[in-house]
Design a protein around this ligand. Structure first.
Ligand code: GLN
Length: 266
């Protein structure tokens, strides 16, 4: 009898805990997804991002996939959330803040075309990679910059906190690099003649060049990288669930269908 009572007490306490966040979401996930993960808010997967990075994450004027957000990362995260029995919420902020939010447990995941680097692996954990990224160089048509070596001594615009920012400062000196809030403001500075080029991931570079006349992308890539989903260091239960969900989305064609919707195969 005593045993039964304490069991009942433990159950009640457990339920009470689950109800006030830091939530144990076990039970609502798909059968094949490992359970035992917790999220910032019960029933919700919070994704921090910088929604100025088309085609991975951007805002829409009309109805988006989640609120007014759309893009590859948003749709993939939405499918992962469903498999985990959660509802996706997108928190839009600067890129460096989006990384920090996941590191400090303010968001569950950062999904923002995030490149896996040694430095970031020291402060956060990453899922299996889901895409390849490339750092490209945008220049005005007719620029005398033709190769990566020509960037030496030029004024380079980048997006703050990105790999493009870090690599350019390492290779060409911080004095030659100006960091902007996002790719659009960097490209605006290029059009205004404040910088000579912009180094940014290739997928947004393509969109930025298509949307702005008189710009072109160098044929040579600066670096090649892997994109993955970031979580707080040690959040293995959530990472396992995400990797399992992503594997299913890749196996059943959902992932490819989302990518095809946003990036036309050449
Ligand atoms: N892939 C780059 C990085 O991780 C840029 C990502 C972004 O600007 N959203 O630094």
């Amino acid at each position: 009898m005593k045993k039964l009572l304490s069991l009942a007490l433990a159950l009640t306490l457990g339920l009470g805990l689950a109800a006030c966040g830091g939530a144990d979401n076990a039970g609502s996930a798909d059968a094949d997804i490992p359970t035992g993960f917790t999220t910032v808010e019960e029933g919700v997967l919070v994704m921090s991002t910088n929604a100025a990075f088309p085609p991975y994450e951007m805002t829409t004027d009309g109805e988006g996939v989640v609120d007014n957000f759309e893009g590859i990362d948003v749709e993939v995260a939405n499918e992962i959330a469903k498999k985990l029995g959660l509802t996706l919420r997108v928190d839009d902020m600067d890129f460096d803040a989006a990384l920090l939010a996941a590191q400090t447990g303010k968001s569950d995941i950062v999904m923002a075309g995030v490149t896996v680097t040694e430095e970031r692996l020291a402060v956060m954990d990453f899922s299996d990679s889901y895409a390849k990224g490339v750092q490209s160089v945008i220049v005005p048509e007719g620029s005398d910059i033709a190769t990566i070596d020509d960037l030496a001594g030029k004024k380079i615009g980048v997006q703050r906190g990105t790999t493009g920012n870090i690599y350019c400062e390492d290779d060409f000196g911080a004095d030659n690099v100006t960091a902007y809030d996002n790719g659009m403001t960097a490209v605006q500075a290029l059009k205004n003649g404040q910088v000579d080029c912009v180094v940014i991931d290739n997928a947004p570079a393509q969109e930025l060049v298509a949307a702005n006349e008189g710009l072109t992308i160098l044929d040579t890539n600066y670096t090649e990288e892997d994109y993955a989903i970031g979580v707080a260091k040690g959040n293995t239960a959530l990472l396992d669930a995400i990797n399992a969900a992503m594997a299913e989305l890749k196996a059943d064609g959902t992932f490819d269908a989302i990518v095809a919707k946003y990036i036309s195969a050449e």
